[in-house]
Write a protein that binds this ligand. Structure first.
Ligand SMILES: [Zn+2]
Length: 400
């Protein structure tokens, strides 16, 4: 048994090799900061003002920063406002680096020629604090994708398994990244897996929790300001639509260099439209894969705002970085989350540890690899035009 653990640890520490093409034209869209990403998003939108594109900047209140904004770029349909496609980035702040790149690439390269009945709304940087500070969570340590709901009953949700592993997930000490600390983490992770099973561990951790405000995957004790900012926007732009397609952009989960299409809450009324629009693409449904069922997800919440009878096609796009579906990838992934969170709340043993943890965390959600970056946009090029085309010709109910 010990030999197996050692083998797993060795492969966990080994670098994975990566192969694939690189494309300088695609790499040119990648930016390294929130400021550059936002500024170029605004420019791309303004470039399309002759086609009716409209830029709106919404400030997000903060105790530490007076320049945090959510930016909207709306491209109206030219004929009737029958359908709308919404693409969101940065619900998990740091993942906005990749999400913003996709949004700008989409505007520059993938806009459908025929926008007669489908309007497009791009929502840039839902969590600008996390985006700017390279955290997944908000200023209040809240995982925004566990914080959206129509009722505050969300905050009474209990995650039974979380308390059992709280100590493992949220060490209350200064963070060290010495080889010894890394090894000791690996061993504790394996002991926890042996005691609780990988599945229990994954579910307890990723489902979201509402009891440990400084812990990882905290969904909040009240709504973050984003709900009050975005709810009127979402209601306004979907008011006359008979069909709404939402794509929420994420990175970090799944096979490295592969786009995972995820819908953890498949609703029977949505399934038919999802299967039609995404026909030929593999979809990760929660129920089928015994996948964790998170609460407070943005895509679920948006569906709850729509009028009855509206066809809703929600999807999370998750571009993999660490092979988190494997045990070694999963351990590396949770390790990064734990270190970054503990470092934020309890500081670091040395400055070198802080640099190390922040570098690993950024690499987890926004790898530097030119191969990874190229394949991110190649996947979008393959998927987006096809699903938008199908969404355009989707048969739906009468216009309201
Ligand atoms: Zn995410």
């Amino acid at each position: 048994m010990m030999r197996l653990y050692l083998l797993i640890l060795l492969s966990f520490l080994a670098c994975s090799s990566e192969a694939g093409p690189t494309d300088p034209d695609k790499l040119a869209y990648f930016r390294e900061t929130y400021e550059e990403s936002r500024s170029d998003f605004r420019k791309e939108c303004e470039l399309r003002s002759t086609a009716g594109a409209n830029l709106t900047t919404l400030p997000v209140a903060s105790q530490s920063d007076s320049d945090l904004t959510i930016d909207l770029c709306y491209l109206p349909a030219t004929d009737h406002q029958d359908r709308i496609l919404i693409i969101t980035s940065g619900v998990h702040g740091i993942e906005g680096l990749a999400g913003s790149t996709i949004q700008r690439f989409f505007m520059a390269q993938l806009l459908p020629g025929n926008l007669s009945r489908t309007g497009i709304l791009l929502i840039h940087s839902v969590n600008p604090f996390g985006f700017r500070n390279e955290r997944r969570v908000t200023e209040n340590n809240v995982d925004l994708n566990r914080n959206f709901a129509t009722s505050p009953a969300l905050f009474s949700t209990r995650n039974e398994g979380y308390a059992d592993i709280n100590e493992f997930l949220n060490p209350e000490e200064r963070v060290s990244t010495s080889t010894l600390a890394d090894w000791s983490f690996g061993i504790r992770a394996l002991l926890n897996i042996a005691r609780h099973s990988m599945q229990t561990l994954r579910r307890a951790a990723l489902q979201g929790q509402y009891d440990h405000p400084r812990g990882v995957f905290f969904g909040g004790s009240t709504f973050e300001p984003q709900k009050a900012i975005l709810e009127p926007v979402l209601r306004k732009f979907t008011a006359n639509a008979t069909s709404v397609m939402l794509i929420d952009l994420h990175t970090g989960y799944g096979t490295r260099g592969k786009m995972h299409l995820r819908n953890a809450h498949p609703d029977q009324s949505q399934l038919k439209a999802i299967e039609t629009v995404y026909s030929g693409f593999q979809i990760d449904y929660g129920a089928q894969n015994n996948f964790y069922a998170p609460t407070g997800e943005f895509v679920v919440y948006v569906g709850q705002l729509l009028k009855p009878g509206v066809t809703y096609v929600p999807m999370l796009f998750e571009f993999g970085t660490l092979d988190s579906q494997t045990m070694t990838g999963s351990i590396a992934s949770i390790h990064n989350m734990i270190l970054e969170n503990a470092g934020f709340h309890h500081n670091y043993a040395h400055e070198g540890d802080r640099i190390n943890v922040k570098r690993r965390f950024r690499e987890h959600f926004y790898p530097e690899s030119a191969i990874w970056r190229t394949s991110l946009l190649t996947s979008c090029e393959e998927i987006l035009p096809r699903i938008i085309d199908r969404f355009n010709s989707l048969e739906t109910g009468e216009r309201p």
